[in-house]
Structure formats: C-alpha cells, structure tokens
Design a protein around this ligand. Structure first.
Ligand code: SAH
Length: 344
C-alpha cells in the first residue's frame, strides 16, 4: 500500500515496476528512476530531469529519499577516512573508507549498536538500538563515494552491528549494490562478517549468493570462545563450523576466518594447533589482526604478536596473513567514533 513512507531507495527494479504500475506510470520510467537513484545518485527528485513534474511531485509526496548527514569526518595520515553518518531519526553509524592498491574498500555498519556482546568490541557496549534499512546501507556507500571523491570498489560488512541479525535488509542491500543497472559493484567484492549465527549461515548458503563470508573466530576452542563471545553459548563452535563447511560446499567460495589476537589469551601454542585443524577442515584463509585495545576492557596485542602468531600458522601450512591496520590515528576500529561522540 502506498503511504508517505515508501522507502524508494530500498526498492528493487521489480518492486519499482510494480509500484509504477499501481500508480499508472509507464514501465520505462522505472529504469529512469532506478538510474537516477543508484547510478547518477542525485540529491533530490528535482534533479531527475527526464521524469515529468507530475511524477516527481508524486515521489516527493509519497516517498522518502534522504541522504545521511556527515556529522563528523576524520582523515588519517594514511589516507583512511572515517565518517560518522547521521540519519533523520538522530541515530549515527560509522563508515570507514580505506585505500588499498586494488582500490577503495569501505567498511559499513549494518545496525545502530549491537546485541552480540563480544567482550572486546566497542559497538556492543550499549546494546542494539535498531537495525539499518537497505537504503541506509546503500547511502553509506553513496555518501562515502561523494566524500572520498573515488569509486568504492569493495564493501566489508564489518562496521557496527551483526549483519546476520539484520539479514533481510543486508541481502536486499547486497542485491541492490551489485545490480549492474545500479551501482554495479562486483558480486564477489562484498564481504559479510559474522560472529556466527549458525542457522542464518545455512540460510545464506542456500541463497547461493557470491558474497564472501567471514567468520569472526577469535578462538578455536569452544569454551574459550564463549568467554569472549557470548553468541558461542547459543551456537557453539562445532555447530558454526558445520554451517561454514556447508557454506563453502554450497557456494564454492572459500571462507575467511577473522582472528583477533589477544596476547596471552588466544595466541598460545595450543591455539595455533587447534586453529590449524579448523583451517584444514575447509577451504579457508585466516586473517590475523591484533586486538585494538581502544575497544574496551584490558585486551592487548602488538602487531608483532599478530605476526608471530600468523607465522606459526603458516609453518603449519595454514593460509594466513596479518591484516594491514589502517586508520590507527583516527580510532578506526568499529564503534569507537560513535561511542566517543555519545560521550561528548
Ligand atoms: N558483527 C560482525 C561484524 C562487525 S565486527 C562480526 O562479529 O564479525 C567486525 C570485526 O571486528 C569482527 O571480526 C570483530 O570481532 C572485530 N573487532 C571488534 N572489536 C575489535 C577490537 N577491539 N579489536 C580488533 N577487532 C575487533
């Protein structure tokens, strides 16, 4: 039913077609509108010059088409840019643009806050406020491109929030951002990172999307993992790993294991051995990162700790790398800027 809250940016081309049919607009206008929103990315309906004024007036009256406000912007000495984006209800999320040799990678948020409760993560401190809509996630991409002045080549869903706790909107975002008549991002250039909600991993696998799945592992022992990631009490590691194996089999894509080294806690030799076993269970790659202690709690690790841990894994034949840390001087680890701003 049409009302004045139609979230037009979240509409797929098929849905727009149905909507236009309902209001008696010719079908070809669907492609025009879709292109204005997702390819030309104009700021208002007024700029959609090949749509008749009557159509634009209808859109103005019945739909929402809003850009987020850039509440704060930080630029790191290494070129990383971080934006605190504000939506019309006053909520803010963080988006980080990082430059690599192969282009700009954007880390986007999927929720305002998070209810997963990981012990080291700043995003979860005050719990979940709400999930983002697909259009808000798209706007993170479009607004970041505008700010950065460069095309966004890839997206990682590693900002604030748990993507699989907002699966419907995340999948809708994925379908829209990869639509070749829209932004046209490559299917494989979107990475979804999850703390491990097993049933949702199965669901995602069955959709057979080409997105890259990344599991935040952080410990290869289920009991140890439960201590830092409460989600593991609900979906214990063996169950999550079964789901990951299913994902690899179903999609033919290798999986990434994110491993945040917390010195003295999860980087012992027993951790190396157990992690090597897990990595051997399926086609995978281990991404090692030193924990960012500005997150919360007294968790610490140096880059050297992460390198030592990764080299031990490599010796065991594991495909492991240490992730480059970008934006250290602008507290680019997820959730930090939003938290800082809330505390001002
Ligand atoms: N909820 C999803 C995605 C957001 S978190 C997930 O859990 O994967 C993105 C990544 O940042 C996760 O691997 C998370 O464990 C990691 N992370 C969170 N806080 C961190 C910190 N203080 N230092 C290093 N990595 C952190």
């Amino acid at each position: 039913m049409i009302n004045n809250t139609v979230d037009i940016v979240s509409y797929t081309r098929d849905e727009l077609k149905a909507l236009f049919q309902e209001i008696g607009e010719p079908a070809y206008r669907t492609d025009q509108l879709f292109s204005w929103i997702h390819q030309k990315r104009v700021s208002s309906f007024d700029e959609m010059t090949n749509l008749p004024e009557k159509t634009r007036a209808w859109l103005r009256e019945n739909t929402v088409y809003e850009r987020p406000a850039v509440v704060r912007k930080q630029v790191s000495s290494d070129g990383t840019e971080k934006y605190l984006l504000g939506f019309s209800d006053g909520n803010c999320v963080e988006t980080v643009a990082m430059e690599y040799e192969h282009g700009v990678s954007l880390c986007i948020s999927t929720q305002v806050g998070c209810r997963m409760g990981c012990a080291f993560c700043a995003s979860t401190v005050n719990g979940l406020v709400r999930s983002l809509t697909a259009s808000e996630m798209l706007m993170e991409v479009y607004e970041s491109e505008r700010q950065k002045g460069k095309r966004i080549d890839s997206v990682v869903l590693m900002g604030i929030g748990e993507p699989l706790d907002n699966m419907e909107s995340v999948v809708r975002f994925y379908d829209l951002v990869t639509d070749e008549r829209g932004y046209g991002m490559k299917n494989r250039s979107v990475t979804l990172s999850t703390c491990g909600i097993a049933p949702k991993i199965y669901e995602l696998a069955d959709m057979k999307k080409q997105l890259t799945l990344s599991l935040s592992l952080h410990s290869a022992f289920s009991d140890k993992r439960s201590k830092i990631m409460p989600v593991n009490l609900r979906y214990p590691l063996p169950e999550v790993l079964e789901a990951c194996k299913y994902y690899v089999e179903k999609t033919g894509r290798r999986i990434t294991f994110e491993y945040t080294v917390i010195h003295g806690t999860n980087d012992l030799d027993e951790d190396v051995n157990e992690l090597a076993k897990i990595a051997g269970m399926m086609q995978s790659h281990v991404n090692v990162i030193p924990v960012n202690s500005a997150g919360r709690g007294d968790f610490e690790a140096t880059r050297k700790d992460a390198e030592v841990f990764a080299s031990k894994l490599i010796k065991k034949g594991v495909n492991a790398t240490v992730r480059r840390t970008l934006g250290n001087d602008i507290s680019a680890a997820c959730g930090q800027l939003r938290r800082e701003t809330q505390q001002l």
